[in-house]
Structure formats: structure tokens, C-alpha cells
Design a protein around this ligand. Sequence first.
Ligand code: PEP
Ligand code: MG
Length: 594
Amino acid sequence: MNDIPPKELELRGLHVSLGITRGPAYVLRDEGFHFPIHSIPPSQVESEIERLERAFDETIRQIEELVSGQATAEKQLVDEIVDFHLMLAKDIPRYTAERTKKLISEDLMHAETAFHKTLQELIGLLGRSIVSRDEDVADIGQQILRNLTGKDLADFDDIDEPVILIAEDLSPSLTARLPRDKVLAFATTRGSRTSHTAIMARALEIPAVVGVPDLLNQIEEGQQVIVDGDRGRIVVNPTDRTVQWFGKRREASERRAEDLLRYRTLPGETTDGFVVGLRANIELPEEVEAVIAYGGDGIGLYRTEFLFMNRTDLPTEEEQFMAYRAVAESVAPKPVTVRTLDIGGDKFLTSFSAPKEMNPFMGWRAIRFCLEQPEIFGAQLRAMLRASQFGNLAIMFPMISEVRELRLALVALENAKTDLREKNIPFNEEVQVGAMIEVPSAALVIEGLAPLVDFFSIGTNDLIQYTMAADRGNERTAYLYDPLHPGVLKLIKNVVDVAHAAGKKVSVCGEMAAEIEFTLLLVGMRLDELSMSPITIPAVKRLIRSISLVESVPIAEDALSMTEPEMIRDYLDEKTRLAAPWTSELFESEEIPA
Ligand code: PEP
Ligand code: MG
């Protein structure tokens, strides 16, 4: 037996959700499978092998069921794919069964743990072959795994004590259903600060670090892990000294957060009286409590798609009406801007199977989807309109790319109003309507859009990815994904200036609004409102209260005259530290003492 304690290991990633915490690792494989790692007793070997064989047979049976009887041209293509999958479902056991059974009987592994290991080896081998079928093999392999575990995805039922979730990637919908009492924090290999998974982590106030290279090969199930969501690092097998050091850091960070709450009831007003509305982004109605606790001036973005996720049916108009009404009532008289469904990209519905796309973020997403699904869109618009008379509710369309598209969305809204009028169902006839500016083409035709709506909200998360042609969730291209790229800043400036000239207000509701490094710049560009995760409001508010508009405007002008993001970043950091020395500690890097 080896008595040497496991070595402490520090891994770096991106900080996406604040907080420091510690617990045992719970490792999810292949986006959602959790495998037991403890050994089985020898007496269980036989039944594990039987389970494995049943899962193999079940998979073949399921695929056989898909083979259709009719012979239309379309069916023929589908049948060819099904035939191919059937061949794989028979071939995979042929290549993996012997080795898997050996791992079960000699290494006493659970059937799923053993099969997963063998499957990875097979995929690794295929990846090196000329005719690679690794994706198809992975798909069918996952189907076998699902049949083995008996579940579609992890349901976290097997967690006894709170854990640190470790995964290759987490989908936004899985993140939305993480049990708060069982998952202390999470760390993933994939991901970025603006992925919807990161946004959801902030909403749930779960500390999180993403984009940690090679994470799963460096952590074993059950090992102690510290997640430092403030600085974007994790420590595996921390020594007692490190644990103590993080304990102190955690206390300091909690004190700082508590301190910031003093600004809760104060307005986001500069020293020379320019008021910036500081609103909250929410994904779930339950977050209203946090909006109030952190002193939000209402809700600037309610992402309604989460109401449609993690369920097998679509929410009815009535159900949506109740949800929107509850949110509107609980923040009234403060405003809430409810956004119409933004699915596609990295958010999908189980209740609606959309065709797989090569570039989902550039494809059938948000308003593009809604305009082609008048029933789904109509029901949502009617629900929003009905809720509009129970508070200060505005409606906003996401992903607008052109004037014609906005016109079509407004026609759908008019139709929804007509439906309600015909049925004598009341709604607020003066309901405000806005468009999100997330696509560069929209930012450049703002003159055409401005007469059609009451306000704009700039979704920088998407605006940056579409301007830079760099996927917002891809850590590989993260170096290009920069809010301070002059191309992005020029688009924002154009939107603000043209919209203001037309008398329309503009807010930023992308994650850029929440970062204090950018506050001077956004105030200097005269944004009317900033909307962000509730927990981030106090720090931005404190900063706004320590700067003036007269000093921010020339700073923004200077920044906009620069050609490289790094120059702009250094310049803004320096100006921010000068204007608000308390921000310095947040910019400093900080090493764990050796
Ligand atoms: C954005 O794109 O900035 C935005 C707020 O919308 P989402 O993050 O939901 O795409
Ligand atoms: Mg967006």
C-alpha cells in the first residue's frame, strides 16, 4: 500500500462564476454519464456480464425498430443510415465484448465503467484510422451506455454528500437542473465566459471554472478539489496549508461581497448625476429574489427559453402567462423585459426535434425559428401580452438581422394582439417593444430599425461572436473573442448614437455589462442601461458611483481611437484603477503560497 499523500496539483481555467469551495470530485463522462468507480464483489461478475449483454441486445433491438416498412425516397435514405447504425450496433460488441468482460471479471469493474473504457480505446484506434467512423461509433456506444445505466443523463441520484462536478462539458439545460444542495461547484474542459452554461452557473450562484485543459485526465473520482471561481483555478488534492489559505481568501471574498451590498438601495448614478439603469438578467422565475437582494432596477433580460427546456412537452400559453405574470408582479413597479424564445445555438428543446445543423449559432435560431413556428411564437406572444397588464412588462425580439425580419416579428405581435382583442382578453395596449442587437448587420442598419421599436438592447455575447467569427463557447478561439476589439466597439457606438438621435434608449445585456473593466467605457459611450447577472450588480454600481460622465466620455473617445484590443485594455485598466482604487485588488493576479 502506498502511503505517500497524492500530490497537490493546480489547474488553470476561466473564472465564470464567483465563489470558492471544496469537496470530492464527481466525474461525468461523455456529457452526462456518471460511472461508479468502486469495485464490484466477485459474486457480482456474472450479473454484470449479463447486464452488458442485455444492453448490447437492447441497442440492436431499438435500432431494428427504426427500420421502416414503407419505401419512399426519403425513407430510403433514413433506412440506409439506420442500416449502418445497425451494423455498428452489432460490430461494437464484436470488438469490445471480450475486453469489457475481462475488465469486469478480472479488474472487478462495473459493466458501464468497463464498457466506457473499452469504447474509448476503440474510438481512439478509429481516430487514427484512414476511414474514421469515430463519431458514429461514439453515438451508438452512448446508446449502449444509456441502456446499461438505464437513464438518459445523470440524475445525480447517487450523490450522498455535496460534490464538485467535473465534466468535459455541460449543456445549459443540464446546468439548469443541477441540484443546488448536491453540487457545490463545477469545472469543465470546454466552455467560455459567455456560454449559456456559464451564464446559468452565475444565475444559480454555483462557483465555476471552465476551459481547464485535459481536466478529466488529471482528476479521479472522489479526490478532494478546491474550485476558485474568483480567479479561475482549481486545486486537486490540496494540502492542509492550501486549504487554510483558500479558507482565508474565501472569507475575504465573502466580506467584499457583503460590503458591496451597502450599495443595494442606491442608484447607479455617476458623481455628476448621470443615471445608468442597472438591471438584472434572469433565466428562471426563482431568480427574482436575487434581483431584489442585489438591488437591481428591474429585469433587463428574461431568457424565457429555460421555461421550455428539460421537459418533453411545450409549455402552454396559460403556463407561460402564469410564469411571466409572476415575474412581472414580483418586480413591479420596476420593469421587466421579457425576451421571446431564443433556442438554437447551444440551447435545444427535447420537446421539439430540430434538424442537426453544421453551424447552429448561424442557423435556425431565436427569431428565425419563431417566425417559422407561428403556433409556438403566437402562444408565447399572447402569454406575454396577457402578462403585460400585471406589471411593467416589455417584449423584446432576439437575433434580429435585418429590417424585414423585425417587421415580420411585429406582424406576429399584431396578430397576437388581434387574437386577444377578438376574445376580449385584456392586455397593455401601450406595451413597449424592443429589439436585441446581436448581429453586426443589425447594428449597421439601426436607422431602419429605430422607427419600428421603443428600445434596443445590445447582446454583446452574440455581437462579439458574429463580429469576430469566433464561437462564443469555444476555448480554442477565445483569444479572438474580445469585447474590446475596436470592430465591436464601433458597432456599439453606432447603435447608441443612431438610436439616441431617434430618441430610443439603448442598454447592454451581454456579459460585457457585468465586467467592471468595461464600465468606464460603457458609461462614456452613454449607454442608458446595463443588464447583468444579479450577483454582479453591486460591484458595477459601486464603480459607477465613483466615476463621472465628464471624465468617462473622453476616456471612451480615446479608447475608440485605438486600433488594438490590448492597448484599449491597458488604458481602461489604468483609468479604472485611478478613478476607483478599490478595484485594484480585483485586477491583481494572486499566487498560492509555495
Ligand atoms: C447576448 O447575446 O449578449 C445575450 C444577452 O443573449 P444570450 O446570451 O442569451 O445569447
Ligand atoms: Mg444572444
